[in-house]
Design a protein around this ligand. Sequence first.
Ligand code: AMP
Length: 277
Amino acid sequence: MKVIETIVEMNRLRLKLAEPVGFVPTMGYLHDGHLALVNQARSENSTVVVSIFVNPTQFGPTEDFKSYPRDIKRDLAMLEKAKTDIVFMPSAAEMYPPRFSSWVDVEKITEQLEGAVRPGHFRGVATVVAKLFNIVRPARAYFGQKDAQQMTVIKKMVTDLNMNLEVVACPTVREPDGLAMSSRNTYLKPEERKAAAVLYQSLKLAQQLWSQGEKDAEKIRRQVMELIQKQPLARIEYVSIADNETLEELDVVKPPALVSLVVKIGKPRLIDNVVLE
Ligand code: AMP
């Protein structure tokens, strides 16, 4: 496994890689959710490139950029074990040199959900992913369904800007109690960690109501919120049932619909979703 820190070095190495190249962008502090993406990339490509970059431009001024968990040594050991070929881990100065001034702005679908509460977040995400795609030039790039809106935004960017690669969506990997794996779960104190199971319980409730024939989105939203509110440590930021493509809120559930929610428990904002098919 080669560890590369500069774009010049990555460009040089890129010429020699066996095609096709599969790419997994991450912010590090890896868990089994990330490794599932790496494993899928490994099974479908001759070369696997993983990036580790905590991207400053996707964090708001009051968000956790500085305190975002980092453990490069552990990450590299995990990636080596998963048979990664190349780890690209540039510095912020390498990705954003002085006078950097070009941005990728995906409109409309970034106005709802995470985009509505984290202004500028998807501009930072789309820009860094576009840069990474240009540097790594993969045939396939792997993203988790856990960040459903992010995946929709990346797919839209790839289509709109004619980027010549396939975006592969990978299912959310969960803990035994259903909590979606996340680097930010480490912020949870033991009591909060137990309480966090309510996110997936509430998404399962939405799925159950839908499969029993409930089509009134507001009724499902309300029941999901009532279940979460029974957990005293949980503070709801939003519960959404939206069209899975446009991300516009629905009155009547029409599949495929994205049920997504953000709940604060202790320090972290926990995000999760299911798709009603
Ligand atoms: P992050 O390091 O949080 O930016 O995540 C890097 C990639 O891993 C993104 O495509 C995420 O959607 C994906 N990912 C994070 N957590 C999970 C999970 N629990 N299951 C599947 N994919 C995940």
